[in-house]
Design a protein. Structure first.
Length: 357
């Protein structure tokens, strides 16, 4: 599989449905209604691509992943009274199982709780039919069968029929594209168009000024173990950080009672602190002198690749600062890389211990 395929797959089947069900939903919906949904999509794509390609939060993406917001489209439809659809297209389908179009369907009265996410998926083998999948909140997939009309209109009709709605959508926001001309043959491996774009960490990239930090609500959750994927850990961590910030707390610690990455088993932690200006400080424990140990210099490259600076006279831990105005998807990407480095170097085990103040 190529990095393009892996990014395309993760974007449509993990990053996007998780974002739609997360704390950023209201902001994303408002932007989509104003015709700016594609600006969010490129942020999600970049975060996913940096994670997949391993270039780190400040690295340069490979050319085939180097896209712009013009490669994405988000349209807002009203197929029936009380219902809204977000219809999302991205870069062309080039391989099996990639998604041509995604539809997020929800009721206006209860958007996040009612949200259902559907994708029109290219066949795994040449000659096989295109399929419709529905992706649940726990990241599992349900197979809804074959789609005969492989188009945006066909996809909308399929979803309406599945929900028992009369299909007569009236679009708002961006006009509906028709991506089929780029995706008739999902097994063609022709080179994609290479484009340049602005770094989404800039406060001017979306044309809307600095991106605000999402509000969080509800209690802090603790469902992850140190054996889970760094992206999954980061998703839960960043939502907890938003909840704590909204509740007036500033510090959050995620600990491992047992980490076997050094010559002895030790405890270790990753900790976070919100500053008054909205910047987020991230620290990974560096001092293991209690056990007579230290992180060997041979492992520093893994930590530095995640953007962590070495300890110095002022900062005693490996550390980095995420500015307040970055896109939330970039913040998520940075944390995923930090957790990946922590798992690689320290090899933490069992349930994640959490504390906050």
């Amino acid at each position: 599989m190529t990095q393009y395929h892996d990014t395309h797959y993760m974007f449509f089947y993990r990053t996007l449905p998780d974002a739609l069900r997360g704390v950023i939903f209201d902001e994303l919906l408002a932007a989509s209604k104003n015709g700016e949904g594609h600006a969010y999509m490129i942020g999600f794509w970049r975060a996913t691509a940096k994670f997949v390609s391993g270039v780190g939060p400040f690295g340069t993406l490979p050319r085939e992943l180097d896209l712009t917001r013009d490669d994405f489209n988000v349209s807002v439809l009203s197929p029936a009274s009380g219902w809204t659809f977000l219809v999302i297209t991205g870069p062309p389908v080039k391989g099996g199982l990639e998604a041509l179009v995604a539809v997020a369907a929800f009721t206006d009265a209860n958007p996040t709780q009612s949200l259902k996410y559907y994708t029109c998926e290219a066949p795994a083998m040449s000659g096989a039919p295109w399929m419709i999948g529905t992706w649940h909140a726990d990241s599992s997939r349900g197979n809804l069968g074959v789609i005969n009309d492989v188009s945006i209109t066909g996809m909308i009709d399929f979803v309406c029929n599945h929900l028992g709605l009369q299909s007569s959508p009236a679009p708002r926001g961006n006009s509906l594209p028709d991506p089929r001309h780029d995706s008739e043959n999902p097994f063609s491996k022709g080179p994609g168009t290479s484009k340049t774009f602005f770094d989404t960490s800039s406060s001017t990239t979306s044309g809307r000024g600095s991106v605000s930090i999402p509000k969080g609500s509800g209690p802090v959750t603790s469902s992850m173990t140190w054996g889970d994927s760094p992206f999954d850990i980061a998703e839960e961590a960043v939502q907890n950080l938003y909840r704590l910030r909204s509740a007036g707390k500033t510090a959050f610690v995620m600990s491992a009672k047992k980490a076997s990455g050094l010559s002895k088993t030790v405890s270790s932690y990753v900790q976070f602190m919100w500053l008054e200006d909205g910047a987020l400080i991230v620290e990974l424990q560096a001092d293991y002198s209690y056990w007579g140990l230290s992180i060997p210099s041979s492992a520093w490259a893994n930590l530095e690749a995640a953007g962590l600076a070495r300890p110095n006279g002022k900062e005693l831990n490996f550390h980095l600062s995420i500015p307040a105005g970055v896109d939330p998807s970039e913040r998520l990407n940075v944390l995923a890389n930090v957790f990946n480095a922590f798992q690689t170097v320290m090899r933490p085990a069992k349930k994640i211990q959490q504390s906050s103040f």
